[in-house]
Design a protein around this ligand. Structure first.
Ligand SMILES: *Cc1c(COP(=O)(O)O)cnc(C)c1O
Length: 501
């Protein structure tokens, strides 16, 4: 299996090369040349498999230089009971009296967000890729974060020999807990830097550094190679496909669906990585009726799925679901490539327009193809709050602000469509990560205003009966180890001073 760039770069690359490079040489994203399909035998066998085993099987289809056994070794280490509890990604039926809705809890990992699923595994894939390709350079992971990727990547790569990790987060664009998690990170190879601006500024800055050939040459000559832990890296995306396959297998073995029965998948979306993983699961043969792409007030994707026009020239809102406060959803590029039957010229043209004018419009055929599968929708802040309370009242489950965006969109979709397909909700973060917004939703606006973050977290634990996750405990008593704040223009200079002194 080889990987190519969405923008038509001539070379073909192995999975290992794609993982090490992170982004294609022409600024495009790596995609597999063809999408592997799960056979009937695969599905039958998976019914007797654990999540780790399913994950290894799915990944083996995309990485043919790795044996399934080797990958199983990595998934077992990445998703150990010690780090995740007994069931790494529990699929929880929402109501005992309705068997339509299921929450796929993706936040039982070390930093309480779904990004742990991929970022606990990526360091294993990266190390193995370095070994297999004979790469001798030090790998520096550059990452922009809207809050959750940063900490998950830091935990994954902390003190990993042969690597350095630099995380840029937008000042004020992340929740208090997210920020404290990052700036208290230990480890000799970790660097956390605040950038004055929003997530898109940080992500654009990182992409610019990747695209600066002279700078990359200079780093190479000093024995350093840049890579990415954002979902632009294929090694970040592939592990996410596995949990959608797993959720389908779970429904099959619990006899909630029959073989071949289609399900819906609801994904609160920012950079379009997680929902794209669900799309890949569908292409691999998992029967999916609708992919529901849920946005917050930054509803650029919702508008895109209705009009075919992607327009980032709009007001940017800070919301209670900060990990989705994104106007440039990078992974859409991969979908566009696939859905235009792999037309790199079209993709390149659209991405250039996005870069220069901030807007592009796809052709009617492309739009129609997307609309056959994707349902877009957006929720405003009041809607998110109401939904948290509603889900709690109805089911006794407390969902975080991001997951609530998904419920909000789905509830309205279900109401108007009458679509009764079994539905899996990607639950992307623990409510403890967004305790203040969640408690305000349940107890009333302003509830947490004058309380310390610890008080609010304790109240949430009392209310929900859930233990406070270790990752969230005692956050404000840990020493702050990373204090740098820079302007977005200075990101490259910062990387230079960290790596070259
Ligand atoms: C990153 C994140 C999202 C958005 O996922 P994308 O893959 O960027 O679309 C949603 N919810 C939470 C909690 C996140 O951390």
């Amino acid at each position: 299996m080889k990987y190519v760039s969405t923008r038509g770069f001539e070379g073909r690359f192995t999975a290992e090369e794609a993982i090490i490079m992170g982004i294609a040489p022409d600024g495009g994203l790596f995609v597999p040349e063809s999408i592997p399909v799960l056979s009937d035998d695969d599905i039958e066998q998976m019914k007797n498999m654990s999540f780790c085993e399913i994950s290894a099987r799915v990944l083996s289809k995309y990485m043919d230089d790795f044996t399934e056994d080797e990958l199983l070794g990595y998934t077992r280490e990445a998703y150990s009971e010690e780090k995740w509890g007994e069931d790494p990604v529990p699929l929880v039926q929402l109501n005992s009296y309705n068997d339509r809705e299921y929450i796929l809890e993706l936040w039982h990992g070390p930093t309480c967000a779904f990004k742990d699923v991929a970022l606990q595994l990526l360091p294993h894939l990266m190390t193995a890729s370095i070994r297999k390709t004979g790469e001798s350079k030090k790998i520096c992971i550059l990452t922009a974060t809207s809050g959750d990727t940063g900490k998950a990547a830091l935990e994954g790569f902390k003190d990993l020999p042969g690597t350095e990790i630099i995380v840029f987060y937008p000042t004020g664009g992340v929740s208090e807990a997210q920020k404290l998690q990052m700036v208290t990170t230990t480890g000799d190879n970790t660097h956390v830097i605040a950038v004055n601006g929003c997530f898109d500024d940080a992500q654009t800055g990182v992409k610019k550094i990747f695209a600066d050939e002279a700078f990359n040459e200079e780093l190479l000559s000093k024995g350093i190679k840049l890579s990415s832990a954002n979902s632009i890296n294929w090694g970040r995306l592939a592990p996410q496909i596995a949990y959608y396959v797993y959720s389908y297998i779970e429904l099959l073995r619990r006899e909630k669906i029959t073989k071949g029965e289609s399900i819906n998948i609801v994904v609160p979306t920012g950079n379009f990585g997680n929902i794209l993983a669900a799309w890949f699961a569908k292409q691999m043969g998992i029967p999916v009726h609708r992919l529901i792409c849920a946005s917050n007030r930054n509803k650029v994707l919702c508008d895109f799925f209705s009009s075919g026009k992607y327009d980032r020239n709009r007001e940017f809102y800070k919301t209670s679901s900060p990990s989705m406060d994104i106007l440039i959803s990078s992974n859409l590029e991969r979908l566009l490539y696939e859905i235009t039957d792999k037309d790199p010229d079209k993709v390149k043209d659209w991405m250039n327009k996005l870069n220069t004018e901030g807007v592009y419009k796809v052709d009617p055929q492309t739009l129609k193809r997307m609309q056959m599968l994707f349902v877009g929708g957006f929720a405003d802040e009041t809607g998110v709050s109401k939904t948290i309370l509603d889900v709690y009242d109805r089911t006794d489950n407390i969902v975080d602000t991001h997951t609530a965006v998904g419920f909000n969109i789905y509830n309205r979709y279900h109401g108007r469509s009458g679509d009764e397909c079994k539905t899996v909700f990607a639950s992307t973060a623990s409510p403890f990560k967004f305790s203040a917004a969640v408690m305000d939703a349940i107890k009333g606006e302003g509830f947490s205003r004058d309380k310390s973050i610890e008080e609010v977290i304790t109240e949430l634990s009392d209310e929900s009966g859930l233990p406070i996750p270790d990752a969230i405990k005692d956050l404000s008593s840990k020493p702050v180890l990373h204090k740098d704040v820079i302007e977005k223009e200075d990101m490259e200079a910062k990387v230079r001073s960290i790596l070259l002194g």
